[in-house]
Write a protein that binds this ligand. Structure first.
Ligand SMILES: [Zn+2]
Length: 338
């Protein structure tokens, strides 16, 4: 048995409509706080879109999960509009996507060095900046994108905006682990699938579209670095699943879209990982404390018991309308709430 605080997921995609209702229910079961990403089909770039999205999400939030909203920061955002939203506490953090980095990022930013006025605004108003950290350039190798982002964009950002609180999202490389460790005011989220998979399990034998995501899964050496960062309890690293619900027919398709839906079993997978690595003592740090510390949030410290079921039959698919969602799971054993 393991006793932990109810976890937080500091990076999740809920999408919209019926799918949102479905996914939010799973989040309600598992998490005390969720940080919700803004890359809807029409991204959340202004107060009007945010207000509608907020009420839809909050109306469907059936328990006391704290929902932290983000705004989609790009060159179309208006500083006055941002200021109004800050005054009304409508959003918690700003998310920046490089142009064409991932699903629904066609409104992303081409040159972050032209975004200085926004970074100054965030810095002055103590709003955290969440980054999809990939440098996207024609002919650049997808495996090099994260490293190049550190060299070309992130180094510039931390040098010029020293007071800006930054979260480097879903890191996948040793380079990012080292960068985050060696700079102030920056922390990183790590996903379940980047902790548990590597290039061998992704495409070393058969190609597994269900774990195709951006940034793409890296080699075992990078994976080891992520595992060390997470398992050590280092306060700069915490859980953000990047769980993204895509329907099966969009994943097993001629053009497989990027994203892994992990919400259903992510807590179980993280518990099994820490338990089998004999690091259960650091579970609360990775799943709750570190993220809350980074974001200055209070959290519920009621302990919840989980017990381990051996050789559990996992539900590979969850039915949704005429299609289904593919549930990501890695282990044979399942940790369920008592
Ligand atoms: Zn994401």
């Amino acid at each position: 048995m393991l006793k932990i605080f109810k976890p937080c997921d500091f990076h999740v995609h809920l999408r919209e409509g019926q799918l949102l209702k479905y996914v939010l229910k799973e989040n309600n079961k598992n998490f005390q706080k969720i940080l919700v990403m803004p890359n809807l089909i029409k991204p959340i770039t202004n107060k009007n879109i945010l207000s509608k999205y907020r009420s839809f999400v909050l109306n469907n939030n059936n328990n006391n999960t704290e929902i932290l909203f983000t705004i989609y920061l790009n060159q179309d955002c208006s500083i006055i509009d941002l200021k109004n939203m800050v005054n009304e506490k409508l959003f918690f953090a700003a998310k920046l996507y490089p142009l064409h980095a991932t699903t629904n990022s066609s409104s992303g930013v081409k040159d972050i060095k032209k975004m200085s006025k926004y970074f100054e605004f965030l810095e002055n108003n103590k709003i955290p900046l969440c980054l999809h950290g990939e440098h996207i350039h024609e002919n650049d190798d997808p495996y090099e994108r994260e490293k190049r982002f550190l060299d070309f964009e992130l180094s510039w950002l931390v040098k010029n905006f020293k007071g800006l609180k930054i979260t480097l999202e879903h890191i996948t490389t040793k380079d990012s682990v080292d960068f985050v460790k060696s700079h102030k005011n920056i922390a990183a989220t790590i996903t379940t699938h980047h902790l548990l998979e590597n290039t061998n399990t992704f495409l070393g034998n058969f190609l597994r579209p269900e774990i195709f995501c951006k940034p793409v899964i890296k080699s075992v050496n990078h994976q080891k670095s992520l595992l060390n960062a997470a398992l050590s309890g280092n306060s700069k690293f915490f859980f953000g699943s990047d769980s993204a619900p895509h329907l099966k027919n969009r994943k097993f398709n001629e053009f497989c879209c990027a994203g892994v839906y992990s919400t259903k079993y992510s807590v179980s997978n993280i518990l099994e990982l820490f338990y089998t690595s004999k690091k259960s003592n650091n579970l609360n740090k990775f799943l709750t404390i570190n993220g809350c510390k980074h974001y200055n949030l209070k959290f519920d410290n009621t302990l919840i018991s989980y017990s381990r079921k051996k050789d559990f039959t996992f539900k590979k698919y969850s039915k949704f309308k005429n299609d289904s969602l593919i549930n990501y799971n890695h282990f044979k054993n399942y940790w369920s709430k008592n």
